[in-house]
Design a protein around this ligand. Structure first.
Ligand code: IMP
Length: 204
């Protein structure tokens, strides 16, 4: 059985990926499984660099094939912001709020910055970096849409209440998770990665 380390402890992401690869002879180990407790910095300027940093740190530690992901929202009128700063976008403006309120304040700041903007185009993007035999490979997924005028919906997380994907007139936060997972940026990147695993690693 091939062992691959996922450089993350995010239970939701692990569940999603595990489901998709359940028929392959692959075991996914998490950071917890390999006893890794340190923070891995994610302070680079691109999703690719952040994903590489996480994957390579763990690859160098274990020698096992390893992958990591990094995602965020890129808004055209803001030159790609919040981008790699998506998770902590509002920290300098609103420093003293609890972690579980962060998404709400991120959305609030984004709407403030978009107040006078007529171009509301945006995309979510995920990059997965997979390292095997010392070489990085990248798999990308995007979903395009527009930023709503106000947050709507209770599902999901992050910027979901503000993001209306192309072809829909509801936000990600108004969709059941199963529906979003059919065409989300993360799902598309994971699909490409799994296709690669099936055709390159498992077949051989
Ligand atoms: P991560 O790299 O997947 O942990 O994502 C970083 C940040 O990007 C999250 O904390 C969210 O603010 C934002 N983000 C990423 N994916 C999504 C999504 O599917 N919906 C809403 N926000 C997202």
């Amino acid at each position: 059985m091939l062992k691959i380390v996922f450089a993350s402890n995010n239970r939701h992401k692990l569940e999603e990926i595990s489901k998709l690869i359940s028929e392959l002879p692959i075991t996914i180990l998490t950071l917890r499984d390999i006893g890794w407790t340190d923070e891995i910095p994610e302070d680079f300027e691109t999703f690719e660099q952040n994903a590489y940093q996480k994957a390579s740190t763990i690859y160098n530690h274990t020698g096992l094939p390893c992958f990591a992901d990094d995602s965020g929202l890129e808004v055209e009128a803001l030159n790609g912001l919040p981008g790699v700063r998506s998770a902590r976008f509002s920290v300098s403006r609103y420093p003293d709020i609890p972690d579980n309120e962060r998404d709400k304040f991120n959305n609030m700041l984004l709407l403030e910055m978009m107040q006078k903007e007529t171009n509301r185009r945006a995309q979510f993007r995920t990059v997965i970096c997979f390292i095997k035999d010392g070489k990085p490979l990248y798999f990308e997924g995007t979903v395009k849409g527009v930023i709503a005028d106000e947050p709507i919906g209770k599902e999901g997380f992050g910027y979901d209440p503000l993001f209306i994907p192309d072809g829909y007139n509801v936000t990600f936060a108004q969709m059941p998770m199963e529906q979003k997972n059919l065409f989300s940026h993360r799902a598309k990147a994971v699909e490409k990665f799994i296709y690669y695993l099936k055709s390159h690693l498992v077949a051989k």
